[in-house]
Design a protein around this ligand. Structure first.
Ligand SMILES: [Zn+2]
Length: 319
């Protein structure tokens, strides 16, 4: 048991709905974890207190010298170099907040702040589906679409650490307006939220579908289940979603030439149903030398961001 004295980091995944924290070792193993509802409407001071308490919970009883610090990931945009949250739409009052300093004052340990998509990319690179490669694109598809990029063996952070907001690349020049203000963003078309909304709209004008005929709501899960059962509308909705995902992924292949594209987030629970359509779009629309790039499901599942946040601390603390 030589690992008894191994170094440990705490990962915190701050989301608009849930706040999760875990004690994680250098192999990416979650040792202790806790979760709570984020006090999303109560402002940064209250959320910082929540993180302080979560950190205390998961690190209770640990010899302090073993703890290298706390990695916190949050939706962006945020300036991970300065430790400033610039603007998080789902958290009230999180505009230009020096969150890293606020947390360090409360916790008394080094704290690093990272965009959740970039942290998840790091998690999958170090401990998940991307361990064998030096170039990858990670995409998370859930309420919105986020991501992160590893290029030439380095995590791509960009100016102010804001690289990788892949959900906000326009795929329709004059398309539906995204919450960010830009028309036609990829996430405005291909996120899990939009997938479910499209399904609710289409069932209105389709008499043959089983969707929406019972008491159960028309949500993403219902559409995938109906598609599996052979419902034609559900099958066409899944095919359309896969094609929209594929359209964005083709752009990412051309931009970054990854060895691997890794898909996480809630929608990746149905990766097997989406993959054929994604692959078909790539086979048709990517330039021929890019077409053999595999698209795979995230290995760490829900924990890509949490493990990646701790990995952020391990990387930052490297001598
Ligand atoms: Zn946008």
């Amino acid at each position: 048991m030589g690992s008894e004295m191994g170094r440990l980091a705490i990962g915190v995944d701050l989301g608009g709905t849930q706040l999760r924290a875990a004690l994680i070792d250098q192999n990416g193993t979650l040792l202790v974890r806790t979760a709570m509802a984020t006090a999303a409407t109560q402002g940064p001071e209250v959320v910082a207190d929540q993180i302080r308490d979560a950190v205390a919970t998961v690190s209770a009883g640990i010899d302090p010298p073993r703890l290298i610090g706390v990695g916190v990931c949050s939706p962006g945009p945020l300036d991970s170099l300065q430790g400033i949250v610039l603007n998080v739409a789902t958290l009230t009052g999180f505009v230009n907040i020096p969150f890293r300093r606020m947390l360090q004052e409360r916790i008394g340990m080094p704290v690093w702040l990272e965009n959740d998509g970039i942290a998840a990319a790091l998690g999958e690179w170090r401990y998940g589906a991307g361990q064998s490669v030096s170039n990858l694109v990670y995409i998370t598809v859930s309420t919105g679409i986020g991501g992160g990029v590893v290029a030439d063996g380095r995590l791509l952070r960009g100016r102010r650490g804001m690289a990788g907001h892949i959900g906000h690349m326009s795929i329709v020049r004059d398309g539906d307006r995204c919450d960010c203000g830009n028309p036609g963003c990829w996430e405005e078309y291909a996120s899990g939220t939009r997938f479910a909304r499209r399904a609710r709209q289409r069932v209105q004008s389709d008499a043959t579908t089983t969707l929406g005929k019972g008491d159960s709501p028309v949500d993403g899960r219902a559409v995938f289940a109906a598609a599996t059962a052979g419902d034609p509308l559900a099958k066409s909705l899944v095919a359309e979603e896969a094609d929209l995902l594929g359209a964005g992924i083709v752009n990412l292949l051309h931009l970054y030439s990854p060895e691997l594209v890794i898909m996480g987030g809630g929608m990746s629970a149905n990766f097997a149903q989406l993959h054929p359509g994604i692959a078909a779009r790539i086979a048709t629309c990517a330039m021929p030398p890019f077409r053999d790039t595999p698209v795979v499901r995230a290995v760490l599942g829900d924990n890509s961001g949490l493990v990646g946040a701790a990995a952020t601390a391990f990387e930052a603390a490297k001598p």
